[in-house]
Design a protein around this ligand. Structure first.
Ligand SMILES: Cc1cc2nc3c(=O)[nH]c(=O)nc-3n(C[C@H](O)[C@H](O)[C@H](O)COP(=O)(O)OP(=O)(O)OC[C@H]3O[C@@H](n4cnc5c(N)ncnc54)[C@H](O)[C@@H]3O)c2cc1C
Length: 507
C-alpha cells in the first residue's frame, strides 16, 4: 500500500466517519429490516436522470457487496461500528428509510499501531465525540445540555488515546492491514502505470525522492482520492471560485492522470461533494471544516440579489453551488452568504463565524446595512428577511420546503425549536453574515469502471490488471448523496470489490 503523504488516511482520516451501508448486520438489533430490492429502489429513485442504464450494474454490485465488506472489515481488523440515526436524505421515496442505513466507527485506541501511531493523518479539529454521539443528540443545537453526560468519556478517550470518526476507521484499517502482513510505504507517490501486452503490470513510484519500480502480479488498485487540489483539473471541471477545500493537499488527481495516460476513460468529472465549511488553520494554511450552522434556526442563505435559492437544510446543498449559469458558465449562486440574527447569536454562540479570519464576519444593525457591507442588494435582503420570518412563524417554508422532509425534521436542526426545528425568524438586530463558498470535501469523477471495479478504456473494454476504488473512480451516485455516509460506504465497498477481483476471489 502506497501513500504519497507522510501520514496515512487521506480524506477518510479527516472525515466524520459516517458510512452508508444498506442491509448491514446491525439493522436487526435495531428492529429494522432492509432488502436488496428496497435499497436498489431507493438508489434508482434518487439518482440523476439518464444515469440508470449505465450505473445499474454498479449499484447492484455495491448493494450486494456492502454488507459483506462490513463483516470482512470486522473479521480482519479491530474496527467496530455503531449504528446512528441519520435518516436517508430522501427517506420519503420508495425504498427510503427514516433511519438505519448509516453506521460509524466506534472509538479506537491509536496506541495499538505502535510505531505507526504517529503516521495517522489528523483531522482539522480533534473532536473526541463519535459521529453518533454528536448527531443523535443534536449536540450542536445545545452542547451545554449534553456535555456534562458526555464529558467523562471524552476525558477517558483523551487519557487512553482513543479516537472516533474517520480517524478510528483509519486506525482500525491500518492495524488490520499491518496484522495481515501488508507492506505500507508512506511518502511514496505513484507516478506511472507500467504496461505489458496491454495489461498493467506495475508502477513507477517516487519513494521519498528515490525512483522505484514495483511489479504487480495480480493488479494495481488506484485509490488515490479526488483531484480537489489540482488547479488545472479543478479549473476545467469546476470553473469559478473554489476556496477552503477540506481534503488533504496531496489529493491532486494523480490516479485520474495515470489512468488517462494509459487510455482509461474518465467519467463524471463534474461531480463532487460540496458543503458549507468554516475556515480553520490546518498544516499552516486555511482549510475547510464542514459546518452545520446553516441547519439551525434563525439563519438563511442568500445570493447577491439577497434572495434565497435553496433549501438550506437539505443534505445535498452542494448541488445548488455546483449549478452553473448557462450564460456565463460560472457558478449560478456565488457569491452567497449565510445570514444570522441576534437570536442565532445568543442561542448558538458556538456556531457563530470565525471572526479572526479576514472577510469571514460582518455585522450591522439592519439587514439593509448588512447587505451594503457584503455587496448584496439591500431591498432584496430586507424583503427576504421578512418573507423568511413569516415562514418561520408558521413553520412552513412556501418557497423551498425547508424543514418539511424527514431528513430536515430529524437531522441537525434544533429539536427544541417550535414549530419547526430548522426554521426561525431572522428579524432581530444585530444581524451578521458569513460567506458560503463552494468548498470541496471530495471530487467524485475519475476512471470509469465496470461492476468488478476494473478500469475501462474509451471503447468500454477492460484494461487488464487495473482497478479503481473511492473518489478516483467515476462515482456511480454522482454529486447527489444518497445518505450521510454516501462516499465512505461506496469507497470501502469498491475497495473490497476491487481486491476480491484482483486476487480472483470474486464469486
Ligand atoms: C472533513 C470531512 C468530513 C467528511 N465526512 C464524511 C462522512 O462522514 N461520510 C462520508 O461518506 N464522507 C465524508 N467525507 C468525504 C469522504 O471522507 C471522502 O469522500 C473519502 O474519504 C474519500 O476516500 P478515498 O479513499 O477515495 O480518498 P482519500 O481518503 O482522500 O485517500 C486518498 C489517498 O491517496 C493519496 N494519494 C494521492 N495521490 C497519490 C499518489 N500518486 N500515490 C500514492 N498516494 C496518493 C492521498 O495522499 C490520500 O491519502 C468527508 C470529507 C471531509 C473533508
Amino acid at each position: 500500500m502506497l501513500e504519497k503523504a507522510p501520514v496515512i488516511g487521506g480524506t477518510t482520516a479527516m472525515s466524520g466517519g459516517c458510512i452508508w451501508i444498506p442491509g448491514h448486520h446491525y439493522l436487526a438489533a435495531q428492529g429494522l429490516t432492509d432488502s436488496r430490492e428496497a435499497a436498489l429502489d431507493y438508489i434508482r429513485a434518487v439518482s440523476p436522470d439518464g444515469w440508470h442504464n449505465r450505473e445499474e450494474p454498479l449499484w447492484a454490485a455495491f448493494v450486494d457487496h456492502a454488507p459483506q465488506m462490513l463483516k470482512f472489515v470486522e473479521a480482519h481488523s479491530p474496527t467496530r461500528f455503531n449504528p446512528n440515526r441519520d435518516p436517508d436524505p430522501y427517506a420519503e421515496v420508495p425504498g427510503g428509510m427514516a433511519y438505519g442505513r448509516n453506521i460509524s466507527p466506534a472509538p479506537i485506541r491509536i496506541g495499538q499501531l505502535g510505531p505507526w501511531a504517529d503516521k495517522v493523518r489528523k483531522p482539522t479539529m480533534d473532536l473526541r465525540l463519535s459521529y453518533e454521539e454528536a448527531i443523535d443528540t443534536s449536540l450542536y443545537a445545545n452542547p451545554k445540555r449534553h456535555m456534562p453526560r458526555l464529558l467523562p468519556r471524552l476525558i477517558w478517550r483523551k487519557l487512553t488515546g482513543a479516537y472516533p470518526r474517520g480517524r478510528a476507521l483509519t486506525i482500525g484499517l491500518l492495524k488490520g492491514c499491518l496484522d495481515q502482513g501488508v507492506e505500507v510505504w508512506a511518502e511514496t507517490a505513484a507516478k506511472k502505470l507500467l504496461m505489458e501486452d496491454g495489461r498493467v503490470t506495475g508502477l513507477e513510484v517516487d519513494r521519498a525522492g528515490e525512483a522505484v519500480t514495483i511489479a504487480a502480479r495480480q493488479g494495481v488498485i488506484l485509490a488515490s482520492g479526488g483531484f480537489d487540489w489540482n488547479k488545472e483539473m479543478m479549473a476545467e471541471h469546476f470553473p469559478g471560485p473554489v476556496e477552503w477545500t477540506a481534503s488533504p493537499r496531496t489529493n491532486t488527481g494523480d490516479g485520474q492522470r495515470m489512468a488517462a495516460e494509459i487510455g482509461a476513460r474518465l467519467d463524471h468529472m463534474d461531480q463532487a461533494l460540496i458543503m458549507g465549511v468554516t475556515p480553520v488553520q490546518y498544516e499552516g494554511h486555511l482549510h475547510g471544516q464542514p459546518a452545520a450552522d446553516y441547519f439551525l434556526p434563525h439563519s438563511m442563505i442568500v445570493n447577491r440579489h439577497g434572495r434565497r435559492f435553496v433549501n438550506e437544510k437539505q443534505m445535498n446543498i452542494g448541488l445548488a453551488f455546483a449549478e452553473m449559469d448557462p450564460d456565463t458558465g460560472t457558478p449560478a449562486h456565488l457569491p452567497a452568504w449565510r445570514i444570522y440574527d441576534h437570536q442565532f447569536a445568543t442561542r448558538y454562540p458556538h456556531a457563530m463565524p470565525n471572526k479572526s479570519v479576514p472577510g469571514n464576519y460582518f455585522e450591522a444593525e439592519t439587514l439593509e446595512e448588512l447587505a451594503r457591507k457584503i455587496g448584496v442588494d439591500p431591498d432584496g435582503l430586507a424583503a427576504t428577511g421578512r418573507r423568511f420570518s413569516d415562514f418561520a412563524r408558521t413553520g412552513v417554508d412556501d418557497d423551498f420546503d425547508r424543514g418539511a422532509s424527514i431528513w430536515d425534521q430529524n437531522r441537525g436542526g434544533d429539536p427544541d425549536h417550535k414549530p419547526n426545528p430548522t426554521l426561525g425568524t431572522v428579524e432581530q438586530a444585530p444581524f451578521s453574515a458569513m460567506p458560503f463558498k463552494a468548498s470541496f470535501l471530495a471530487t467524485k469523477g475519475g476512471a470509469r469502471t465496470n461492476a468488478r471495479a476494473q478500469v475501462l478504456n474509451e471503447e468500454g473494454e477492460v484494461i487488464g490488471g487495473l482497478y479503481a476504488a473511492g473518489n478516483v473512480m467515476a462515482n456511480s451516485f454522482g454529486s447527489k448523496g444518497v445518505g450521510a455516509g454516501t462516499t465512505l460506504g461506496p469507497c470501502l465497498t469498491w475497495g473490497y470489490i476491487a481486491a476480491l477481483n484482483a486476487v480472483g476471489a470474486a464469486s
